[in-house]
Design a protein around this ligand. Structure first.
Ligand code: MV4
Length: 446
């Protein structure tokens, strides 16, 4: 196992990684920007190094500064968390060149699976169902029109390098294809420096279900079941749960085995999330792979009893996954609500500022993952997440009841938060009846 690692991230995930390291006896080096200098979690690390001003480009996204800190602090490995550099293959390569272990997949695996056109091909090769669509990149709008007529409208244009819904356009007819193609391409070019587009049949109101996978360096690949992340608003997840409440054991096994098959096509090491769409007939289609630990990993930890950050650290250091698939059991129902400093009344505009009152919920079945405490200043420079509130109970109904109780206990002032929105969703009869899809918020919450 490593004896000392650097955490190239901030906030709750930096704290989450520090905690896992402490339990494994690993020393931690935290890095921080000037905006985060007072953060309490920095005192829990063995060392904390200021790497620059608040602006992410000059701190958490600045590869030379992070590598310098890693060399000065003499660490063996870097954990990237999520966001920032977590899926940057160039960063993974620089770490490798500097003799530092990147806690995650190789730059090569990241490139393969991070390109959605490549990932689609890999899934097809593994005989995992993909949405009907183009076999490769679309050369131009003329080719897009031909392809759309072959597949049948509606179709969706997606960016090969995409993420967060950027460079995505749903297209309903030939007439709108040319402008949709041009704007999706421009958006993708601007966001990812890559205008490559591909096409899929548009699946109407799907559920978003993703499988947690972990691989070691010996080629063992295990799954930790699935999460249902259908409750999203403009591609920002608000509530996630495990397991997906509409899958039976047979479908679950099929889905999880499909996820493993995709990952096994590459020399993958570390945590991966394989994303699927689930249509109205409960048929699943592979869409993409995330090559990082995700924000919502705690719901999986709660229902499996496995610490995924510890597994990341273990497999990155060369330890094998010394457990059997059948020994990973799914117990109970976990839900996560993302508590963001956003004003629901102002179209979820970020609401940075100092938190003067902060009272966190507790009790049986409640977990709070946060770096926040009273008098913490929510910076306008970063993501607006204040905390992740997670519940675990034996059944979905009980988990919802615990979540409602915990959300009401949570007091955060004076910043506006997503707590009232989460409460509205969790008490909506369609949510209680499992009748949700990715359009739930647009359809029922506006
Ligand atoms: C789709 C789709 C329908 N059909 N692909 C959005 C983000 C990206 N990860 C995939 N996304 C979608 N891909 C096909 N072929 C609908 C979405 C989608 C969506 C997916 C998951 C959660 C929320 C969503 C909201 C709008 C669209």
């Amino acid at each position: 196992m490593f004896s000392r690692i650097l955490i190239a991230n901030r906030g709750e995930i930096a704290l989450r990684i520090i905690r896992a390291c402490q339990e494994l006896g690993i020393e931690t080096v935290a890095i921080y920007s000037e905006a985060d200098k007072d953060a309490q979690y920095l005192k829990m690390a063995n060392e904390a190094i200021c790497i620059g001003p608040a602006s992410p480009l000059e701190s958490y996204l600045n590869i030379p500064r992070i590598i310098s800190a890693a060399e000065i602090a003499d660490v063996e490995a870097i954990h990237p968390g999520y966001g920032f550099l977590a899926e940057n293959d160039h960063f993974a390569e620089v770490c490798q060149d500097c003799g530092i272990t990147f806690i995650g997949p190789s730059a090569e695996s990241m490139r393969q699976l991070g390109d959605k056109v490549e990932a689609r091909k890999i899934a097809q090769k593994a005989r995992v169902p993909v949405v009907p669509g183009s076999d490769g990149p679309l050369a131009n709008d003329g080719e897009a029109i031909k392809m759309a007529n072959k597949i049948g409208y509606p179709v969706i244009l997606k960016a090969a390098a995409g993420g967060g819904g950027r460079g995505m356009r749903v297209v309903h007819s030939d007439i709108s294809m040319r402008s949709a193609f041009a704007s999706a391409q421009a958006e993708s070019e601007a966001a990812f420096n890559n205008g490559t587009l591909f096409m899929e049949k548009y699946v109407l109101d799907p559920r978003h279900v993703e499988v947690q996978v972990m691989s070691d360096k010996a080629g063992n690949v295990l799954h930790f079941y699935e999460r249902d992340c259908s409750i999203q608003r403009r591609h920002q997840k608000l509530i996630e749960e495990a397991p997906c409440p509409i899958l039976d054991d047979k479908m679950r096994e099929e889905l999880c085995k499909a996820a493993i098959k995709v990952v096994k096509q590459t020399d993958y090491v570390g945590a991966a999330t394989v994303e699927f769409l689930l249509d109205k007939n409960k048929k699943f289609y592979f869409i993409e792979v995330n090559t990082r630990i995700q924000v919502e990993h705690p719901v999986t930890e709660m229902v499996t009893g496995h610490d995924l950050i510890k597994w990341q650290l273990k497999v990155a250091s060369g330890q094998i996954l010394d457990i059997k698939q059948k020994d990973i059991k799914l117990i109970g129902s976990a839900i996560e609500c993302r508590i963001n400093a956003e004003d629901p009344a102002r179209d979820f505009a970020p609401c940075p500022g100092k938190i003067t009152k902060y009272i966190q919920p507790g009790g049986l079945g409640v977990r709070v993952d946060t770096h926040v405490y009273q008098d913490w200043m929510i910076s306008p420079h970063y993501d607006s997440m204040i905390a992740k509130l997670i519940t675990l109970q034996n059944t979905r109904e009980e988990s919802i009841a615990t979540m409602v109780r915990a959300l009401k206990e949570f007091k955060i002032e004076p910043v506006k938060t997503t707590i009232p929105v989460c409460l509205n969703i969790l008490t909506h009869n369609l949510y209680l009846k499992n009748k949700v899809d990715t359009s739930f918020i647009e359809q029922h919450m506006s």
